[in-house]
Design a protein around this ligand. Structure first.
Ligand SMILES: Nc1ncnc2c1ncn2[C@@H]1O[C@H](COP(=O)(O)OP(=O)(O)OP(=O)(O)O)[C@@H](O)[C@H]1O
Length: 233
């Protein structure tokens, strides 16, 4: 579904992605794990089109995506839930969800919003409240629900567990795992390697702008190098 080949990206003169190769097949949950500053967010920003690519190609559902402008990528089926959630705190929960569905007609939005509320009942309860009043975990649910309102075939998730209490982290990972049932393919970027690998089918390890390991999630969890460097075991 998504193929990245030789992807390079830079901030000014400093290159931070040095030739990334990865694939995500339809229906998979694939995770990219790595330490703070490895380049995970930059990779997702290249995929959603808000960060320039200096070399390499991105192919999505068999078509070239590398030069497609960001605003057209959602209609191609690619949606991102950004790092730090980036919800609109002064708008209500419902208004935030509507913004995620700006491509679609009212009837469809209503149905998708009902689906979102079924998935996250707490958002229904708080639908008319300002999103800034939600807890961190609820804001993360809203960010994911908003991204789903665009009906993506592939969802890019940037560190959904960041800053959440451990019990909420597990809840969010469960939500991501359940996206499989909705036929949404997921590329999940995480510093929480163990949590991410536990729900993923496959994983990549990123270090200073390069993929240094890849494999099934089960193999990566079992690998002594990963256990020592990322799982603290
Ligand atoms: N706007 C920017 N301008 C210059 N350098 C940047 C910018 N954003 C990120 N970088 C640098 O690019 C490198 C990769 O950063 P990136 O945010 O992609 O890493 P990350 O793995 O997502 O880390 P984090 O977990 O903190 O989000 C880092 O060295 C970072 O300092």
């Amino acid at each position: 579904m998504l193929t990245v080949e030789g992807l390079r990206s830079r901030y000014g003169r400093i290159e931070v992605l040095h030739g990334i190769d990865l694939t995500v097949d339809s229906g998979e949950i694939v995770t990219v794990v790595g330490a703070n500053g490895a380049g995970k967010t930059t990779l997702l920003r290249c995929l959603s089109g808000v960060q320039p690519v200096s070399a390499g190609t991105i192919t999505f559902r068999g078509e070239p995506l590398t030069t497609v402008p960001a605003f057209r990528r959602l209609s191609r089926g690619l949606s991102q839930s950004p790092e730090g959630r980036q919800i609109f705190t002064n708008l209500t929960v419902e208004e935030n969800l509507r913004l995620g569905a700006f491509l679609y007609s009212d009837d469809r939005v209503q149905k998708d919003m009902d689906d979102a509320f079924q998935m996250f009942p707490i958002l229904r309860e708080k639908r008319n409240l300002a999103a800034g009043g939600l807890s961190g975990g609820q804001q993360q649910m809203l960010a994911i629900a908003r991204a789903l309102m665009g009906r993506p075939s592939c969802l890019l998730l940037d560190e959904p567990s960041m800053g959440l209490a451990p019990i909420l982290v597990q809840q969010i990972f469960d939500v991501v795992k359940n996206l499989k049932a909705l036929n949404v393919t997921v590329l999940l970027v995480e510093q929480n390697a163990f949590g991410a690998l536990k729900i993923a089918d496959r994983g990549y390890v990123m270090e200073t702008g390069r993929i240094t390991m890849e494999g099934t999630a089960a193999d990566l969890i079992a690998d002594p190098r990963i256990r020592e460097a990322y799982l603290g075991i």
